[in-house]
Design a protein around this ligand. Structure first.
Ligand SMILES: NC(=O)C1=CN([C@@H]2O[C@H](COP(=O)(O)OP(=O)(O)OC[C@H]3O[C@@H](n4cnc5c(N)ncnc54)[C@H](OP(=O)(O)O)[C@@H]3O)[C@@H](O)[C@H]2O)[C@@H](O)CC1
Ligand SMILES: Nc1ncnc2c1ncn2[C@@H]1O[C@H](COP(=O)(O)OP(=O)(O)O)[C@@H](O)[C@H]1O
Length: 483
């Protein structure tokens, strides 16, 4: 698991650590790590000696890091030019170091550069980029390196223009090939559109880790976490002890949702899948191992319910929703079931002790919460989780999982190919299977999103993706993960 931190926590840690170190030590560590990584990048494209390096230098310490790193590259023979955004407030010692190493300042963006270091703003940024900075950032894609390819762009700490604590990108922002960050990950490296702007994120250890206290802003699971959490059958397991997941999904009108959620559930770790609903004939024809019934009330025992996808919005759908919420079992509500909650008719049904998981996309989120997730997706998911006392999985490019107590996870896997009708139904089935197998709701949600994302990537390798392709890719994705 990786952890990403808020600016306030990073600043506090930095302050504590600096009290024990000589002045400027942290910046020197940061700049040395930055220069090392830049040199490696230059070595991949013709070497450091003679390379043209452009520094974009803002008025804060982010600019200072950049100037010192530029000085180190100049000492190794690179031609380093610094474009100062606020010459009157530049980091003076950093500029002196650059000049002493043979680097120069420039007023204009050159036509050619092999490597660009974006040191316009780091964690001290406030608001969107100012116009003069935005104008420079707009020109960066046109810069060419010596072999005619696009210049390599390295963001220093964070790409300038992103909102560091939320991962929002409110306006013009740098799109980096590599982001070299210091001490710890920040939320923008793992959340929302900012994460996409970071490219490959490289973490330089400056000794900040032990000084970080409190709760990380965001946690990011890795393959080892998911493999460790994933329930597996043992010698004494039987189909019931592995958990039985119940699906109250689909309808005569939307049988596909029933089939897709069933396919997702069958790839999960539970020992049996029960389906309850009017698409039962289609389900059993496609998936003979599924035990079916007409409705939830006539279904056999299960350990968790999934309710919603394709359920419809009529009286029958409401009855099914009431039936699953009346159980003392973990319940996942998706799609139509979330829409049925709007208006508060089920407020009493939602007062339950057993776990609840909600898996809205942005539209469902807006209907339920009364406003769109907005720029702070993680904060919005956490507020909805607290309000509903549910684990909320907010779908999107970096799917977020939030708990009522404010714990936030960001999913690192996935592919835009998952933006296809029915892929959310597959996710719901898989997540339900994990709940039935006994995983705590937050882990079930994080693990399901992770594996669903891997399956989306895998499916995309074979061309355009449909939801059945995602379902079919779950098993091979799991085989790769669990062996
Ligand atoms: N913390 C650590 O552990 C370590 C931190 N280190 C480094 O320090 C960096 C943080 O430095 P920082 O605090 O000086 O702020 P920083 O990001 O350079 O920018 C602030 C300046 O930018 C300006 N500005 C603001 N908003 C703007 C906008 N929207 N658009 C345009 N300009 C804008 C604003 O200028 P002003 O408002 O005064 O005009 C302000 O002066 C951090 O990211 C890392 O690189 C490492 O060296 C060592 C360990
Ligand atoms: N741009 C994107 N990049 C990555 N994943 C995405 C993107 N858009 C959607 N997804 C994922 O695709 C799935 C779509 O689910 P959903 O909107 O519920 O579709 P449906 O209701 O048709 O099943 C979610 O898991 C979501 O996280």
């Amino acid at each position: 698991m990786r952890q990403a931190w808020r600016v306030g926590d990073v600043r506090a840690a930095e302050k504590n650590l600096m009290a024990t170190l000589p002045e400027g030590a942290l910046m020197q560590r940061a700049a040395a790590g930055l220069a090392r990584r830049c040199a490696l990048l230059l070595e991949e494209t013709g070497g450091v000696y003679g390379a043209r390096v452009l520094l974009l230098v803002g008025s804060g310490d982010n600019g200072g890091d950049t100037l010192y790193a530029g000085a180190a590259l100049a000492r190794r023979g690179a031609q380093v030019r610094a474009l100062l955004l606020s010459p009157e407030r530049v980091h003076l010692a950093g500029l002196a170091a650059l000049r002493q190493a043979g680097g120069f300042t420039t007023r204009d963006l050159p036509a050619r550069a092999d490597l660009v270091l974006d040191g316009i703003v780091g964690i001290g940024a406030s608001g969107g980029l100012r116009p003069e900075a935005a104008a420079i950032v707009r020109e960066l894609p046109a810069l060419r390196r010596r072999d005619g390819e696009r210049a390599v762009i390295v963001a220093v700490d964070v790409p300038s223009g992103v909102t560091v604590d939320t991962g929002d990108v409110p306006g013009e922002a740098v799109t980096a090939d590599v982001t070299v960050t210091f001490g710890c990950l920040k939320a923008a490296h793992v959340l929302g559109p900012a994460a996409v702007r970071c490219g490959h994120v490289d973490l330089v250890d400056i000794g900040l880790g032990p000084a970080l206290t409190g709760t990380p802003a965001v946690r990011v699971p890795d393959a080892a976490d998911i493999a460790a959490w994933w329930p597996r059958p043992g010698a004494t397991s039987d189909k019931y002890s592995r958990g039985v997941v119940g699906l109250a999904t689909g309808s005569a009108f939307y049988p596909g949702a029933a089939l897709l959620s069933t396919a997702g559930a069958l790839a999960g770790p539970s020992g049996m899948v029960r389906y309850a609903g009017s698409a039962h004939r289609e389900v059993v024809r496609a998936h003979p191992s599924v035990v079916v019934a007409d409705r939830v009330a006539d279904s056999g025992r299960v350990q968790a319910w999934v309710c919603g996808s394709g359920l419809g919005s009529g009286d029958e759908a409401r009855t099914e929703l009431r039936s699953v919420l009346a159980t003392a079992l973990p319940v996942l509500l998706d799609a139509d079931a979330i829409n049925l909650l709007v208006g508060g008719e089920h407020a009493e049904d939602l007062r339950r002790d057993a776990p609840l998981v909600l898996t809205p996309h942005d539209g469902e989120f807006k209907r339920l919460a009364g406003e769109a997730p907005g720029a702070d997706r993680a904060g919005a998911a956490a507020r909805l989780a607290a309000w509903t006392n549910a684990v909320v999985l907010l779908k999107g490019d970096r799917t977020i999982v939030a708990t009522p107590s404010g714990e936030i996870w960001a999913n690192p896997t996935g592919s835009a190919a998952l933006a296809t009708a029915g892929s959310g139904d597959v996710l719901a089935g898989l997540l339900g299977s994990l709940l039935a197998a006994g995983l705590p709701p937050v882990r079930a949600a994080v693990a399901a999103a992770y594996v669903h994302g891997l399956a989306g990537r895998r499916a995309a390798e074979n061309g355009p993706v449909t939801a059945p392709d995602v379902a079919a890719a779950l098993r091979p994705a799991l085989a790769g993960l669990l062996t």
